[in-house]
Design a protein around this ligand. Structure first.
Ligand code: PLP
Length: 486
């Protein structure tokens, strides 16, 4: 090992273009090479080699393949987890994100060496603004909830700059749990507003909550019942009249792509989940990205750095006196951005629109097929997802949890259950756009067969799952005494 030298790492990059295939060498980074013995005190250095298991390649491959098929994932079969958008993510996005020029760059490299990465981030931000009808964007937040929190800090900065001390954020009772959490952490009190009998914000009752103390309304559209808030423009207008802002939880933007833009129906700021709508798989805790798109009145408060374009050059702008500051150590989860950029370019405008259309058609197809077998508390045309209730199954002693567990025996991941909270025994189903008619029909058959089992053999459901490596676990205990050693 060379001592104290500088090593120039080079990587050969292959690129396929219309002109054919070419390769070039790309300098990655000048890294100082230091002998560990110069850095670590001798008494802390290992004296003999670590006792690592000696395994052959086939054993290791089999171990990981077994693990990967023991777990259920969207590459294996249908995963209709409502609100979470577990759709198939094209492998080309992973492939592009693995390119050395993206994967091996370091966040502290000087701007002139990462112009391509900056350009990608800038153009992704522009695309997200175009898709949502907004003016400006930050890509820094690392998740949806982080985007919400960043949005709340910006709302606070906006009101403070106007000399207003507002204290409340209104949130519909069907909202995702992260909404009140983000509001509370940002120092606002969250005020729950009721839904009407159609499952949407009750406009008349909303009026009673609107006063000069309202900093914002935080709305999810389509909401967590999978319903479009049909009065959203009027609602936004009412909030604006008392000087409040409208924040949209856009985690589930795949229902709106190319059809409707939050910026056009009165939203002032919104986050998107790149790990739901734009080509990154999720689950297991990330990494994700929750970019925030805003109207121009809010631009001054965006977190730093903001990526700006000067002619043909791109740079980070930190000189923004009204900014809320940094919300991420560096610039966010860059490779998730690469995947989103690839996804958007691959699909194109028409492709994105057809994703939303297919997500909506698939959800409505399932709803139509299942309506006769399960109760639909808020019925009607849905968007990308819909919510059933298992409360009428109580007569047979069966709960929604049992239906979900039994679905695993049919080879499917269960839908989201017991959310949203306004539906008793909720089963929230989101098929996504990436499923075929054959898969949807297999799921329908499974659900119908389960509904028949509820009548004929409820015990079979209550003891499910019967086919998985692990049966029912005590989830409360597992959360408190986490053991991941097996
Ligand atoms: C997933 C989701 C969130 C939170 O996103 P995270 O990336 O998990 O923090 C917020 N709101 C809705 C409606 C969601 O579906």
């Amino acid at each position: 090992m060379c001592k104290q030298g500088w090593l120039r790492t080079e990587r050969t990059v292959f690129e396929k273009s219309r002109q054919g295939r070419r390769s070039y060498s790309m300098p990655i980074l000048d890294v100082p090479q230091v002998d560990p013995e110069d850095l670590i005190p001798p008494n802390l250095l290992r004296q003999k080699p670590a006792d690592l298991p000696e395994l052959s390649e086939p054993e290791i491959v089999r171990h990981f393949v077994t693990l990967s098929v023991t777990n259920h994932h969207v590459d294996r079969d249908f995963y209709p987890l409502g609100s979470c958008t577990m759709k198939y993510n094209p492998k080309i996005c992973e492939f592009v994100a693995s390119f050395a020029g993206f994967a091996d760059i370091h966040p502290l490299l000087p701007e002139e060496l990462v112009q391509g990465a900056l350009k990608l981030m800038y153009e992704l931000g522009q695309s997200l603004c175009e898709i949502t009808g907004m003016d400006d964007c930050t890509l820094s937040p690392a998740a949806g909830a982080h985007g919400e929190f960043t949005g709340m800090l910006m709302i606070r900065a906006y009101h403070e700059a106007k000399g207003r001390a507002r204290t409340k954020v209104l949130i519909p009772d069907s909202a995702h749990g992260t909404n009140p959490a983000s509001v509370t952490i940002a120092g606002y009190s969250s005020v729950e507003i009721p839904s009407d009998s159609s499952g949407r914000i009750d406009v008349e009752r909303l009026k009673a909550y609107l006063d000069e103390d309202v900093a914002a309304l935080m709305v999810t559209n389509p909401n967590t019942l999978g319903l479009f808030e049909t009065h959203i423009a009027e609602i936004a207008d009412l909030v604006h009249r008392v000087g409040g802002l409208v924040y949209m939880d856009g985690a589930n933007m795949n229902a709106l792509l190319g059809i409707s833009r939050p910026g056009d129906f009165g939203v002032d700021l919104a986050h998107l989940n790149l790990h739901k709508t734009f080509g990154t798989p999720h689950g297991g805790g990330g990494p994700g990205a929750g970019p925030l798109v805003v109207k121009k009145d809010l631009s001054p408060y965006l977190p730093i750095p903001v990526i700006v374009r000067d002619g043909e050059k791109y740079r980070f702008d930190d000189d923004r006196p009204q900014s809320i500051g940094r919300v991420h150590g560096f610039y966010g989860n860059f490779l998730v951005m690469v995947k989103a950029y690839c996804y958007i370019l691959m699909a194109g405008a028409r492709g994105l629109q057809s994703m939303a259309e297919n997500a909506i058609i698939n959800a409505n197809y399932l709803l139509a097929k299942l309506r006769d077998y399960f109760e639909v508390p808020f019925d009607g045309f849905c968007k990308h997802e819909f919510v059933l209730s298992g409360r009428d199954k109580a007569a047979k002693g069966v709960r929604t949890l049992d239906v979900a567990k039994r679905l695993m025996d049919y080879g499917f991941h269960p839908p989201t259950i017991y959310f949203p909270l306004i539906v008793e025994e909720a089963l929230m189903i989101e098929p996504t756009e990436s499923e075929t008619l054959e898969t949807l029909n297999r799921f329908v058959d499974a659900m119908i067969s389960i509904s028949q089992e509820i009548e004929s053999d409820p015990e079979r459901l209550k003891t499910a799952p019967h086919s998985t490596p692990v049966g029912r676990v005590d989830e409360g205990l597992a959360a408190r005494r986490l053991d991941v050693s097996e």
